[in-house]
Design a protein around this ligand. Structure first.
Ligand SMILES: [Zn+2]
Length: 329
């Protein structure tokens, strides 16, 4: 059995495997521009960000009904559970669905059908995090948060994702203030493609509690010192970094140096259907390619539960941490 872990950086739309895409397309009468799953699987071998985003948004056309979102989440949770995930904080991108005429309620209630029973079905506790698309306007983000009003009992926090460069965190100051006033937790992608200054801005202007990716923080020693001092978790996604060429090869990934520096790193899958692996695959890859010790792997697993939004259930957090401590490699 793989080491128990929490997954804190996972886009549910990025878990759409070719087989499920075809199943949902058939159910909804959507024609995909690929003859079969093998051809679609080949398209998943994109080699740059734009071809990934084109495919990613194109395939969302198959997600139409509550049942589609339920099936999507259920398939992810089954795969995650098999790789040792005990707790998952799941991102979703409502703007990508609202723009296609799919209502907020369809998305949230559909996902919730799977999340609400996940503990019984898969042994995985869950949280849901609504992400704003940073290449859309601040007004659009504000409208999206308003549309989520009736569903806030299902939503733990807000995040910020999609193309980073040219869309600094400060653009979303107002909507993050509104989210904070609603009692929502705050995270944001920063320092993936964007500069270390975006990480600082996400902390200072948006008030984020965790930084998604944060990889380029290593370019700024003062920022690293601050992240260590303030115990800010970073949700790293090593296989994603390789596929999107944030690092040249996995062997070049700075994770070992980041752990050495005392950063609170976690390892996650990002968009696992597209980036070559789920949470456990990412753990296995960094362990073998980067030569992490068993104790470093245990530290990554511990960090994932420490950084999880489980403040309303500390008993559960303690239970998960005890599972990590008792784990025998
Ligand atoms: Zn991401």
């Amino acid at each position: 059995m793989p080491i128990p872990k929490a997954e804190l950086h996972l886009h549910i739309e990025g878990t759409l495997e070719p087989e499920l895409a075809f199943e949902l397309a058939a159910r909804n009468g959507v024609t995909l521009p690929y003859p079969d799953t093998a051809a679609l699987r080949e398209a998943y071998a994109f080699d740059d960000l734009q071809s990934f985003l084109d495919l990613y948004y194109g395939l969302m056309a198959v997600l139409r009904t509550e049942r589609d979102f339920e099936d999507l989440a259920d398939a992810y949770l089954a795969r995650a559970a098999a790789q040792g995930v005990r707790h998952a904080e799941i991102f979703f991108d409502p703007q990508a669905h609202l723009a296609r005429g799919v209502a907020m309620g369809t998305v949230v209630e559909g996902l919730w059908r799977a999340l609400g029973r996940s503990e019984a079905t898969h042994g995985v506790s869950t949280r849901l995090i609504l992400c704003f698309l940073r290449d859309e306007s601040a007004d659009s983000a504000a409208r999206t948060l308003a549309a989520a009003g009736p569903y806030l009992d299902r939503i733990t926090g807000v995040g910020l994702d999609s193309a980073e460069v040219g869309h600094p965190p400060a653009k979303f100051r107002a909507v993050y203030e509104a989210a904070a006033a609603l009692g929502l937790r705050r995270v944001a992608h920063a320092g993936e493609e964007g500069p270390p200054e975006y990480v600082t801005e996400a902390l200072d202007v948006l008030g984020v509690e965790r930084v998604d990716h944060g990889l380029r923080s290593v370019e700024d020693p003062a920022l690293v010192a601050r992240l260590v001092r303030e115990r800010i978790p970073l949700t790293l996604c090593p296989l994603s970094n390789v596929r999107l060429r944030t690092v040249d090869t996995l062997a070049d990934h700075p994770l070992p140096a980041m752990l050495e520096a005392g950063l609170m790193c976690t390892v996650n899958s990002d968009d696992p259907a597209y980036f070559g692996g789920y949470a456990g695959d990412n753990f296995d890859a960094v362990r073998s390619v980067l030569g992490l010790t068993e104790e470093s792997v245990r530290e990554l697993a511990r960090n994932s539960f420490v950084a999880a939004f489980l403040d309303d259930d500390e008993e559960r957090r303690a239970r998960y941490l005890a599972e990590v401590d008792a784990y025998v490699f």
